[in-house]
Design a protein around this ligand. Structure first.
Ligand SMILES: [Zn+2]
Length: 476
């Protein structure tokens, strides 16, 4: 039987993901590590994880992703793929593949050597109107809000076989909504039950040649104080530690009082940092991996990120901006690259004037080039962070960064690509329309047209202009 061929491999140790801490100081401090998974590129930490939407990094096709970025790991939310499951089978579940392959990886055409991390919700998630229940969390699929039961999440993980699964956490995403005390008491209990479910599911259906596990588990640490989730944390430390491969952190403050026994695990941040300064703060607490929504947000806003770590010592009294807004026509004749010295595809082949033109023309390539550049800036940023931690100069460099750069990314001015439902932060009924109509008639012309009769075939351009059909271009 063909299955016998895989017997030797299936005797590999259960723990597939390995994380080695290369440098760490006592207590709360930045640290260096190495994350290795069989068949995937080894990731030097600290680093970021590519943030996907419907299986791709927005604006990047799979070939652009492979050829022109250095992204070695991606975060993929399940809610992007499951529509009305389990009542209706979504396409991703219809792929029949050998046990050695991940249907999710194949479905999104992700290259083999990229680490595939699956969670339930997008990053950042859209707040759902309904609350989580004892057995399910509220999610937003492409066909609307619904619940995802913990049992269905485990079944999805077994079936789709990502490398890493982030366990379900009972987290309240509504803005400004502080969970009540009664609610907080439930958060730890529910998350503990769901984490047990996903850990138990590891050895379930769909074993792979990589070992006895279908996937590795990152346990969520809730964004509430240590005291309020202490029984859950104790359970993780005492009972589940050996089954866990990492932690998903929603509030970097949690790193301060994590149980000691959990500290060798890699930490993946889901905290929505708004600026590189906030990343540096989390790094100083010992965070290892990040999902960073501001990269895609900057690209959508037409902003080319422009910072390095540690900052270069150019003289200048004013604080430097963290990015360049590429919309203004001041770039229209500028033949310099987006950032001087940047070696990305966009900067080595094109100039600012071309990029400004692409944005003004709403040409998709504009956002593609920005996305390539912005990820390169983050690659360099994290490479600089690792060197700095290695040399022991991180705190000094961090202070210098805060002195040199403005504290926030530039304001968004231009109209980005059309916003989709999953990008909405819903503010309730009566909110303003998010997208302007792509084409519209000027009111004056609408009235003229309504009154006009259909022009005859002999009508000239001037006649057409008079009845509102067109405008005669002025000769220069
Ligand atoms: Zn560049």
């Amino acid at each position: 039987m063909a299955d016998n061929l895989t017997l030797g491999l299936s005797q590999l140790p259960d723990e597939m993901l390995s994380f080695t801490i290369l440098k760490a100081s006592e207590g709360i401090a930045p640290r260096l590590g190495k994350l290795a998974f069989p068949g995937r590129s080894t990731i030097q930490t600290p680093h970021y994880v590519g943030n996907t939407s419907r299986g791709v990094i927005p604006h990047l096709s799979q070939d652009m992703f492979s050829k022109h970025t250095n992204i070695d790991a991606v975060y993929v939310p399940l809610e992007d793929f499951i529509e009305k499951a389990p009542q209706q089978t979504p396409p991703v579940y219809k792929l029949v593949l050998p046990d050695t392959e991940s249907p999710l990886r194949r479905f999104i055409a992700l290259k083999q050597d990229a680490l595939l991390i699956m969670g339930a919700r997008r990053m950042p998630p859209v707040a759902a109107p309904a609350a989580n229940t004892n057995s399910a969390i509220s999610i937003l699929t492409s066909v609307g809000f619904r619940h995802l039961a913990s049992s269905d999440y485990v079944a999805a993980a077994q079936r789709l076989r990502p490398d890493i699964v982030v366990g379900l956490g009972d987290i309240v995403y509504k803005q400004q909504a502080k969970p009540s005390n009664k609610r907080v008491a439930k958060m730890g209990d529910r998350t503990e039950a769901w984490t047990k479910d996903i850990v138990a599911g590891k050895s379930g259906l769909g074993k792979t040649t990589r070992g006895d596990s279908c996937y590795s588990v990152f346990a969520p640490i809730l964004p509430i104080s240590h005291g309020l989730q202490s029984s859950y944390l104790d359970e993780l430390a005492d009972e589940m530690r050996d089954q866990l491969s990492g932690l998903a952190i929603y509030d970097p403050g949690s790193l301060v009082d994590l149980p000691e026994v959990l500290s060798p695990l890699p930490r993946l941040s889901f905290s929505e940092p708004a600026s590189p300064q906030q990343l540096l703060h989390e790094l100083s607490l010992g965070m290892d991996l990040f999902t960073i929504p501001f990269i895609n947000a900057a690209t959508d806003a037409g902003i080319a990120l422009d910072f390095t770590f540690p900052p270069s010592n150019e003289p200048g009294s004013a604080k430097r901006p963290l990015g360049i807004n590429m919309w203004p026509s001041t770039h229209a004749t500028d033949l310099s690259p987006l950032s001087s010295g940047c070696e990305c595809y966009a900067c080595t082949r094109h100039h600012r004037a071309y990029l400004q033109h692409l944005l003004a023309a709403k040409e998709m390539l504009g956002w593609t080039l920005l996305q390539v550049h912005n990820h390169q800036v983050m690659d360099q940023f994290f490479a600089g962070v690792r060197t700095s931690i290695g040399k022991g100069s991180f705190e000094e460099d961090r202070v210098a960064f805060e002195t040199v750069y403005e504290p926030e990314l530039p304001e968004k001015t231009g109209q980005g690509p059309r916003v989709r439902g999953y990008q909405f932060k819903s503010e309730g009924p009566g909110e303003a329309k998010k997208n302007l109509s792509a084409y519209r008639m000027l009111d004056e012309r609408k009235e003229l047209l309504a009154e006009a009769s259909t022009p005859s075939s002999g009508a000239d351009a001037k006649d057409l202009e008079d009845i509102g059909f067109a405008e005669v271009a002025e000769r220069q």
